[in-house]
Write a protein that binds this ligand. Sequence first.
Ligand code: CDT
Length: 308
Amino acid sequence: MREIVTAALQMGPIQKADSRRQVVDRMIALLDQAHAAGADFAVFPELTLTTFFPRWYMEDQAEVDTWFETQMPGPETQPLFDKAKDYGIAISFGFAELTPEGRHFNTSIQTDPSGEIIARYRKVHLPGHSEYDSDRDFQHLEKRYFLPGDLGFPVYRTLGGLFGMCICNDRRWPETYRVMGLQGVEMVTLGFNTPSVNSQLPDEGLQDRLFHHRLSCQSGAYQNATWVVAVAKAGVEDGHPLFGGSLIIDPNGKIVAETQTEEDEMIIHPCDLDACTFGKTTIFDFKRHRRIEHYGLITQRTGAEPPE
Ligand code: CDT
């Protein structure tokens, strides 16, 4: 048994006016709960430190840059790293990264229990658009503010197992999980900010949106025999609702824990990484069963091209 007691630490809404310090205080309060419950590993959402700013159209790059971190840890986030180190809890969270060369990414990092950053992931699948779209009820400008990630989907050894990350929209793409599955991943963590309403399809109900979220994460887990931990930033941010539904999913694709609110909320589960072995050595034993001679289109073609 390789049991990692894993806490998904959902965050409630963060308003435009909220400071990093206020957010970090809330993250530490959740980490206190995770420690009291015996957590080894705690996972926070995408862009944890700020409101989901890509819903706002900005033209002034100096204003855009105020939402980004140039240092990690920096002065405002250091107390979180210190607390995690005190508790011996590995953490993962997302933030907007501005590199020394001036590149902008939607990023997640993971630390080890001593508080060292041991892995970094930059979001590959950026949804939305890059120019103001007057046909939408609200904007989703990730393509304007971020570059596509340049690190692929790395899998790394920590906590006695094989871990990987993705971010929000990445969870809807089977390629995301499979590239990590092909590196033997045993736990995929991801944070998300998903609007409760579809800005281009207002009649789509919340239950349909939650269904697609669960379907994506559960199939990724099952088809790659891996744990998946998906963590929301939820609730109404500056008038715009984001759904909750943070999930811990076992390697059979079953949900073992799910949040019930759209507020700061912890769910926790003892995740046995050895539970991945059965799927990885039977129905999803890739080495025995995959037929890569038929998969060439996956990397040769981006968009669908129907036959003549
Ligand atoms: N943050 C993020 O990637 N959200 C997207 C919203 C898609 S609608 C443009 C998601 O896939 O949940």
